[in-house]
Structures are given as structure tokens and as C-alpha cells.
Design a protein around this ligand. Structure first.
Ligand code: NAD
Length: 518
């Protein structure tokens, strides 16, 4: 598949001056649509428009906002087939993988719709000292007025609307810039919000590449970015110019540890699904597997059999497939490079190992063994249907290798439960699944975010909505005379009074309370 013509700049992140994005179906290579690029002036106009509507959106309160998002949920559920068709057309996903997108959105609308009051409702705080007994302390959470979301191509709806939903529930207006590879599905839902749901004018999208994304960073009050750490750095640097806060969900190189004593059928099936689901194009895909020596041979044989049996290609109801296409030609080249680098350095492909024949852009589901940490496939994010397996002496070596990464997004440990749990607590990353893979993303109650270079900030749970808010503390005087003891005039009696009271309440023994040495 070619990327970029005179008219397009697909794949050249940051390129300016493109007039239209050429969208292709990765499963066939066919151009399916041309989408006009929004220049910076149009981004500014869009942000200004939703900004004007935001105060009223905030004023209708949590119940009012859930009413509208509930209507969006119903539209999503009623139009599932249409959404899946578009997802498949622009990403080349198989239908089973595409089905996660509307399902997640409906779930996350209900999650934040029913918990927003608990997470961002006004809080009362008890004064920590008797000196403030006359004060009422409150914290209210007010939204950043406009949140800008910049999203990648691997889950075009989950990684854009999935963040827009808590931002909207918080009372913010939202403008999303989807990936240039997958602009269609999001535009369809945003259009439905406007025309079919009839929602307030607080949700829109702008289309383009780096220039459009940069313009969005310049004009919003909070940036939610999901993408590569390379672009994440650029976004953060740009946001620094306007001191705009950012939340970054970046890449991963997720390890899986298989301990002796694990259910090896479950572990191998999980590794195959966790590594190949969405063609391995998930930030949390299983990419590196460390297996304790006694379990190694049997685990590898089971994994190779499971992956070897996967059916790849463009699927339909009559002929369902397990593994779809590579969505971005750039990523497809990276996957091929990592595998070739490993094979040249002595790794062996037990299954797959190369690009599949066209039409469309496919990489064969691949299992590599005889790998080590000098190879790109064990160090850099591959983001394709490739899992690499290493034999280790024991759990200590597995942990040392699992933690030997600049990434720290998530991971998994398989084994007898108590031992696996002990090992899981020592993996250096934002979330660990014990005897499962990827499932933490669907556990909306627990936060998810990267350690090290996998990101800054959290998604899901209470932090996943609170980050879209600014806290405002209210210190309210319930009663008081004409003056506080600390105010003027500093008479002889008053000048030391506050200090003496502070001493009295903070000293932990009687003598010190009265200024005496013990
Ligand atoms: P990318 O960084 O190339 O692009 C992400 C987005 O940033 C796109 O919309 C792109 O147009 C935009 N962009 C590019 N240059 C920009 C600039 N200078 N200023 C502002 N915006 C700019 O990432 P990608 O290839 O689309 O996605 C794959 C990456 O996303 C992988 O690294 C993957 O791990 C990561 N990812 C992370 C998570 C997570 O939750 N941690 C989830 C999914 C994907």
C-alpha cells in the first residue's frame, strides 16, 4: 500500500499544507474516501464555537449531561451494525475485534453517568485544626472548559470518544482530532450526535495530521493525547508554551510471565489472543513472554499450535476470520523490520515471520523464540501480530527482564494464584492482570495509565474523570467578629496569640504546649 500522494500526507505526521486525507481500506488497499483537512483557522473556529456552548452544558448538571449521553448510548446500540461496517472499512479489523468499540462506549457512558456525582460531586472537608473551627471547607470540581483529544488509529472510537465521555460528563466541551488513517467512524458518530441525537453543540471533530493536532493543542484548555511516545513528546512541548495541562497515553511493550505450575493451556490461549487481537495493534498487546524453564517447552508448543491455527484475512459472516489487516502502512513496515532484525540475529519463527501476500496489508501471526534483549523485537514497541518467547531460570529472572524496558504500560502473570499475585505486585507498570490478559481495560473501576515512558496521567476510575476538572476550594466563614485574631492591629496581646495557639495545638506534650522545654 502506498502512503501519500501529491494531494495527501497520510502517514507524514506533522506535514503541513495537505488539503485532503486519502483514506484506504487496509484489507483491500482501495481508497474509500477523501476527507478535507481542517487548517488551524478552522480548528480555532470550532473550539470557539463549542467554548460558547460549554457554560450551558456545565450548568445542566450531571443528570442533564447523562440524559444526553444516554441518548448517544442508545444511538450507538441501535446503529451497531453501521458502526462496525465503518470500523472494518477504515481499519481492516475483523468484525469480532471491531465489536469492542460500540460495546465499550455504551459501558463507559453508563459507568461515568452513574458515578460522576460520586467522583466529582462537591466534597465537604473537616478542618484539620481547631483554629479553623469557624470555617466551612468545600471542594468543587469545575471542568476545563474545552478538552482537546488527539487519538490514534488502532481503536478509532474507544480511544477518542472513550475519553470524550468522561470529559463531557465532567461538563467540558470536547473537540477531537482523530488519526489521519481512521477519520471516518468518529466523524460518523459526531455527526449523529449533532443530527440524530440532537445533542448540545459541545462535541465536534477536526480532521488532519500534525498541523491540525498542533492547532488544537494551542486553543484548548486540556489535552488528552493517545499515540506514540515520539508524538507525545511533541504534544507536551507544544502544550508547555501555553501551560496547558496534558494527559498522555503512550506506547507499551507489555510483558507476560508464565510461572511453572500455571495452567499452560489457559496461558498459551491468552498469549495468542493477547498478542494477536486487533492484529497486535494494541498498546497493551502481549509482546514479550518470559517462561520459567520447567514450563517452557510445553507452553511454546501449545502457543505455536494456537497461533498456527488462526485464520487471517478480510472476514465476513460466511467466512469469519480471527486476525485482520495492519491498519497503518508505517506500522506494518516497523513490524517487518523488527522481525527481520530478530531473525538476522539468530531468532527462529515457529509460526509466521513475514508479510502475507496481498491484496491488503497483512502480517502473518508470528511466534518468535531464541530472542534476547539486544533485539528490537524485545526492546521497541512492535505493535503487530508478533509474540516473542524467552526461557528464564526463575521468577526473579523473569521479573528482571520484564522490568528491563523503557515502557511500563501493563503486563500479565500466569501461575498458581498466590505466587502469581506476589510476582504481579513487582512488575513495574500501571496495571497487571493475573491469569488473564488485556482485561484491565474493561475494568473501568480501576485506573489505567503508563509508568516510565508509557505515559502521564490516568484513564478510567475516579482519576479518569477528575483529570478533566480543576478543583476550587471554598473556605467559608460561618461566624466571626469584626476582626480575626491574626488581623491588625498587632497589639502586644494579639501579636503572639496565633503563634501561641498554633504551639498549643501542635505540641504533643503538655510542657511544650505552654512553651516550656520538656
Ligand atoms: P501517532 O503518535 O503517530 O499519532 C497519534 C495522533 O497524533 C494522530 O492523530 C496524529 O495525527 C497526531 N499527531 C501527529 N503529529 C502530531 C503533532 N506534531 N502534534 C499533534 N498531533 C500530532 O500514533 P499512532 O501511530 O496513531 O498510534 C500508535 C501509537 O499509539 C502506539 O505507540 C501505541 O502504543 C499508542 N497507543 C497508546 C494507547 C494507550 O492508551 N496508552 C492506546 C492506543 C495506542
Amino acid at each position: 500500500m502506498e502512503s501519500g500522494t501529491a494531494e495527501t500526507r497520510v502517514g507524514e505526521s506533522g506535514a503541513a499544507g495537505a488539503e485532503a486525507i486519502e483514506v484506504r481500506n487496509p484489507a483491500t488497499g482501495d481508497v474509500i474516501e477523501r476527507v478535507p483537512v481542517d487548517p488551524p483557522a478552522r480548528v480555532a473556529e470550532t473550539v470557539a464555537r463549542v467554548r460558547a456552548a460549554q457554560p450551558e452544558w456545565e450548568a445542566i448538571g450531571i443528570e442533564g449531561r447523562y440524559h444526553w449521553l444516554g441518548r448517544l448510548r442508545d444511538w450507538i446500540l441501535d446503529n451497531r451494525g453501521r458502526i462496525l461496517d465503518t470500523m472494518q472499512r477504515e481499519t481492516g479489523k475483523v468484525r469480532a475485534d471491531a465489536a469492542n468499540e460500540p460495546a465499550y462506549l455504551a459501558d463507559i457512558i453508563n459507568f461515568y453517568g452513574t458515578r460522576a456525582a460520586e467522583f466529582i460531586g462537591e466534597e465537604g472537608v473537616r478542618p484539620h485544626t481547631p483554629l479553623l473551627a469557624a470555617k466551612k471547607l468545600r471542594i468543587q470540581y469545575r471542568p476545563h472548559p474545552v478538552v482537546g483529544i488527539i487519538s490514534p488509529w488502532n481503536f478509532p472510537l474507544i480511544l477518542s470518544l472513550g475519553d470524550a465521555i468522561p470529559a463531557l460528563m465532567a461538563g467540558a466541551a470536547v473537540v477531537i482530532k482523530p488519526s489521519e488513517f481512521t477519520p471516518l467512524g468518529l466523524a460518523e458518530v459526531v455527526e449523529a450526535w449533532k443530527r440524530e441525537v440532537g445533542g448540545p453543540d459541545v462535541l465536534d471533530c477536526v480532521q488532519g495530521i500534525g498541523e491540525t493536532g498542533g492547532a488544537l493543542v494551542d486553543t484548548v484548555d486540556f489535552v488528552q493525547f493517545t499515540g506514540s511516545d515520539r508524538t507525545g513528546r511533541k504534544v507536551m512541548a507544544r502544550a508547555a508554551e501555553t501551560l496547558t495541562p496534558v494527559s498522555l497515553e503512550l506506547g507499551g511493550k507489555d510483558p507476560m510471565i508464565v510461572l511453572a505450575g500455571a495452567d499452560l493451556d489457559r496461558a498459551a490461549n491468552a498469549a495468542a489472543w493477547g498478542g494477536m487481537m486487533n492484529s497486535g495493534q494494541i498498546c497493551m498487546s502481549v509482546e514479550r513472554i518470559y517462561v520459567e524453564e520447567p514450563a517452557y517447552d510445553e507452553f511454546v508448543a501449545k502457543l505455536a499450535a494456537e497461533v498456527g491455527g488462526l485464520r487471517q484475512g478480510a472476514d465476513d459472516d460466511a467466512d469469519p476470520r480471527d486476525v485482520g489487516a495492519m491498519t497503518s502502512p508505517n506500522q506494518s513496515a516497523i513490524v517487518a523490520d523488527h522481525v527481520e532484525d530478530a531473525l538476522a540475529a539468530g531468532a527462529r519463527a515457529l509460526v509466521g515471520g513475514k508479510r502475507a501476500d496481498g491484496p491488503g496489508d497483512y502480517f502473518e501471526p508470528t511466534v518468535l523464540v531464541d530472542v534476547d534483549h539486544s533485539m528490537k523485537v524485545m526492546r521497541d514497541e512492535t505493535f503487530g501480530p508478533v509474540v516473542s518467547v524467552m526461557k528464564v531460570d526463575d521468577a526473579e529472572e523473569a521479573l528482571r527482564l520484564a522490568n528491563d524496558s523503557r515502557y511500563g504500560l501493563s503486563g500479565s502473570v500466569f501461575g498458581e494464584r498466590e505466587r502469581a499475585e506476589r510476582v504481579a505486585r513487582r512488575v513495574e507498570c500501571g496495571a497487571v492482570n493475573v491469569n488473564d490478559v488485556l482485561v484491565n481495560y474493561f475494568a473501568a473501576g480501576v485506573p489505567m495509565g503508563g509508568w516510565k515512558q508509557s505515559g502521564i496521567g490516568l484513564r478510567h476510575g475516579e482519576p479518569g474523570i477528575k483529570k478533566f476538572c480543576r478543583s476550587e476550594s471554598l473556605v467559608i466563614t460561618r461566624f466571626g467578629g469584626k476582626r480575626e485574631p491574626s488581623w491588625y492591629p498587632y497589639t502586644r496581646a494579639r501579636r503572639g496569640l496565633v503563634g501561641r495557639l498554633m504551639r498549643f495545638f501542635n505540641a504533643r506534650d503538655l510542657r511544650r504546649r505552654f512553651g516550656l522545654r520538656p
